[in-house]
Design a protein around this ligand. Structure first.
Ligand SMILES: Nc1ncnc2c1ncn2[C@@H]1O[C@H](COP(=O)(O)OP(=O)(O)O)[C@@H](O)[C@H]1O
Ligand SMILES: [Mg+2]
Length: 214
């Protein structure tokens, strides 16, 4: 399918039908009324991501709340340029972006499903974040749902906050937890972890960080 054709289809079929609901700024948004042919492959705190059955290489990221943030994200991709560990901006629409699809699963899903995360994944992501810093970007909000893995390779799937200032410790904390806890436990004996427990850890982590900076 040509890009122009795909863009028309996105606006006619997808954007006009879906509705996105943000219940809580700290939790992923909820999607209603997905048209046939489209699948929601992921949600974040500000957007939902879709694929169409006839187009496997691209995803459509639709912003639920802030289309200013979408413009900033598009600019982050421009500043980032080409790198194997990142997606790429294909098209910028008014409330959505078309991005190159990354294969694989998020590290959050890997833990939830009991799939082992190899160390090479962590190393690839570390290199990708160093590359972003060389490009004058700030790797911000890098956590388990924003990084992916496939065949032992690591990818950064969400760069939407890389324009922000200030230090964000989430990725450093995740790396520490990987070597101090994960390598000694789940890495050796990968078992599925219930989503409820993962969400509990996610919420406790936020509380822990809040206490630590006070
Ligand atoms: N380019 C992509 N390729 C494949 N999956 C993606 C892509 N972008 C996003 N996703 C999926 O959608 C989810 C939400 O996207 P994300 O960019 O993190 O949204 P938000 O900015 O709201 O956090 C991700 O966790 C991931 O599972
Ligand atoms: Mg995200």
């Amino acid at each position: 399918m040509h890009k122009e054709e795909f863009v028309k289809m996105i606006e006619k079929e997808l954007i006009h039908h879906i509705s996105l609901e943000s219940k809580n700024v700290h939790d992923p948004i909820i999607v209603h009324n997905i048209p046939t042919g489209w699948t929601c492959i992921g949600t974040g705190n500000y957007a939902a991501v879709f694929v169409h059955k006839s187009e496997h290489d691209f995803v459509v990221k639709v912003a639920a709340i802030d289309d200013q943030a979408l413009k900033k994200e598009a600019n982050v991709y421009r500043q980032l340029g080409d790198h194997q560990a990142y997606s790429r901006l294909i098209h910028q629409g008014p409330t959505y972006l078309v991005l190159k699809r990354l294969e694989g699963i998020t590290l959050y899903d890997a833990v939830a499903r009991g799939i082992r995360i190899p160390e090479t994944v962590i190393q690839d992501i570390n290199h990708a974040l160093e590359y972003a810093i060389e490009r004058d970007l700030n790797p911000y909000d890098v956590h388990g749902r924003n990084v992916m893995m496939k065949d032992g390779k690591g990818y950064v799937v969400d760069v939407s906050d890389f324009y922000k200032e200030g230090k964000d410790e989430k990725w450093n904390d995740l790396v520490k937890a990987y070597y101090k806890i994960y390598k000694k436990t789940l890495y050796k004996y990968p078992v599925p972890i219930p989503l409820k427990l993962l969400d509990f850890i996610r919420h406790s982590y936020r509380l822990y960080r809040r206490i630590k900076i006070m």
